[in-house]
Design a protein around this ligand. Structure first.
Ligand code: ATP
Ligand code: MG
Length: 322
């Protein structure tokens, strides 16, 4: 059954303190010592929160992306994100925005992802990021803090973002790992989206059985760390734990080309559908649809709206698994 999507939506602010200029290309084979002839390169403005904003935008939603940028790479980054017509709040930094380099190998279908070190942020710079959140946090809306923290930024940075959002009546969504995730959960967030690896590192164990996955996700809801926990399991689907119980969805069968940005796309669709007034079940289906749509596109390319809506409709006729 089709539900009308309300036109008014709650605002979504995304925050990216460690963005990366994604450079991707294709070569026949990666071999040491050889000069590797590559195809042309593609540039994308990447990093957790910005990717979330780009997917919200291409799915027809409104969002503002707050991000840091500096140096010549930061300038290229700014132009790319502005070309996508996404409203932004820029925090200038003295270091140079990092680059990530992705190479797809045609002979094997393997992907090589080189994640480069980023600039260190000064205390003034990261405090400016918090000030932007404090000034722009949409009361009744969503703040999505996503991605790794650059050097110089304290582990409790996302916890401070969560506190600002909570104090101002916004819903804080966090996609992070390690100590910064643990600190944000200690503060209490609306939604968290760990992958299996990230949740396992947090609660211990390997989370390779259905029962252990449900128990781990539910434990974060029970202890007040998060109202909702969306545990993503790559090609094995996802689990959503909330106070009302847990849901599990398998991913539709697709040809996987590149998993870059899958988690960000998942999160974007989840938050967008909630911001549009849809229920948790619809948001969860849209999230799995968007994550899956993104793995069907090459290199750093994100999902296409048509694919997301088609997969969303496909999932709507399947029952949830317990
Ligand atoms: N092999 C796959 N086949 C189909 N869909 C996939 C596959 N891998 C990922 N996805 C989609 O992307 C979503 C997120 O994937 P995943 O669990 O790998 O999270 P991630 O945040 O990208 O991982 P990480 O942060 O650990 O790199 C999945 O829930 C699913 O919808
Ligand atoms: Mg992730």
């Amino acid at each position: 059954m089709e539900f009308p999507v309300p036109t008014a939506m709650q605002p979504i602010l995304t925050l990216t303190v460690n963005p990366a200029l994604d450079v991707s290309t294709v070569t026949d084979q990666v071999i040491g010592e050889h000069k590797l002839r590559c195809h042309t390169s593609r540039l994308d403005p990447g990093g957790g929160g910005v990717n979330v904003a780009r997917v919200v935008h291409r799915l027809g939603g409104q969002t503002i992306a707050a991000y840091t940028a500096g140096g010549p790479t930061g300038e290229a980054y700014r132009r790319l994100i502005e070309a996508e017509r996404i409203p932004t709040l820029l925090v200038p930094i003295s270091g140079s925005t990092r680059q990530n380099f992705t190479v797809d190998e045609t002979t094997t279908g393997k992907q090589f992802r080189f994640v480069l070190e980023g600039p260190e942020l000064s205390e003034e710079e990261w405090r400016r990021c918090l000030a932007i959140v404090a000034e722009s946090v949409p009361a009744g809306g969503y703040v999505v803090a996503s991605g790794s923290l650059p050097k110089g930024v304290p582990d409790d940075f996302y916890a401070q973002v969560a506190r600002l959002a909570n104090e101002r009546g916004a819903r804080c969504v966090v996609d992070a790992s390690g100590p910064s995730l643990a600190a944000a959960l200690a503060e209490g967030v609306f939604l968290v989206k760990p992958s299996r690896r990230e949740l396992a590192a947090l609660v211990g164990g390997t989370l390779d059985t259905d029962e252990s996955q449900v128990a781990a996700a539910s434990s974060l809801v029970a202890d007040g760390s998060a109202q909702h926990v969306a545990l993503t399991l790559g090609g094995e689907g996802a689990v959503l734990a909330s106070k009302s119980g847990t849901l599990r969805l398998p991913v539709p069968h697709v040809r996987v080309r590149s998993t870059v940005g899958a988690g960000d796309s998942f999160l974007a669709a989840f938050v967008l559908r909630l911001a549009q007034g849809r229920g948790l079940e619809d948001a969860f289906r849209a999230a799995v649809a968007a994550g899956t749509a993104t793995v069907t596109t090459t290199a750093t390319e994100l999902c296409r709206r048509d694919d997301v809506e088609r997969l969303e409709a496909e999932l709507a006729v399947r029952p949830f698994e317990p």
